[in-house]
Design a protein around this ligand. Sequence first.
Ligand code: NAP
Length: 322
Amino acid sequence: MSQEKPLVLVTHTLPAAWLAPLKEKCRLMIGPEGGKGLTPRLEENLPEAEALFTLLVDPITEDILERAPNLKVVSQMAVGVDNLDVEACTRRGIPVGHTPGILTAATADLTWGLLLAVARHIPQSQADARAGRWTTWNPTGWLGADLEGATLGIVGMGKIGSAVARRASGFGMELIFTNRSPRPDIEKDLNAQQVPLEDLLEQSDFVSLHVPLTEETHHLIDANALQKMKSTAILVNAARGQVVETQALLQGLQESWIAAAGLDVTHPEPLPSEHPLYAQSNCLITPHIGSASYNTRRRMAEIACQNVLAGLEGSKLPHSVN
Ligand code: NAP
């Protein structure tokens, strides 16, 4: 590192304790709470910046990299890096850090929260009780889907997909999954069957998405895919909003191509409050909270700081994508 402490641009305000590992060795310029991307003040300082500490809402484009000739590392506090031009970073020899693994359990837990809440109408039944519509023990009221014996299809059996699958065994579900590469090891370990996506869509009672957003997975779940699913099926998306074609999902929910959806991620994000998806009683939406537990977010920041420090020293990042 040079004599003067290197400048690190942190795109958004975070609790001071989370950034403490950087304080001693770096000068921090910190953006505001909320919003997306770099503020004009942060952008002005790009020429001097040696590290960028980013969140998944920050588009880090070729243009930004061009204005940051001294950049040694981009460190994102997330596992998905679809908001970053990773190729452009690689061309410039800039390592890109992310935070895999640490958010696996929290995201798998939230996936199950969505799946159970949608399957058993928890939000609607609570709203009905609050509104005075709980007038008796209704033998036909709020009837939901059974989990035991049902088939859970996992699209993208990586770290989070596998953690979701492990939790499924407690519910006595059958497991099928799809990945690009053959994974007989996973089939054996998780007592799951690997099948092509088309078969998974046709056979699953619950479809849970855990692929990264890439050119290949963009709109993987479109009208055609939704129409292949059972009309009783429930779709859960805790991956990235653009893996699902929003307009097709809306139509699918309105026209009962599928029964319901639980979404932790949407496109666009945030989903504007007037969006018609909110009006669908068969759609539960949470505001991208998969990793939102105290310990998980603190640990994500810790790893992101470690990636910054390693990048500034020119060492291999503990967790990089390129
Ligand atoms: P991971 O371990 O890399 O798993 C991704 C899996 O997807 C891999 O098994 C990969 O296997 C598979 N895959 C990739 N492209 C595919 C394709 N075209 N078709 C089928 N399978 C494909 O990643 P992870 O840690 O589980 O995270 C997954 C994603 O979850 C992240 O990229 C992120 O976008 C999202 N996420 C969301 C939240 C949230 O707050 N909701 C939190 C954390 C992560 P193959 O390479 O063999 O295909």
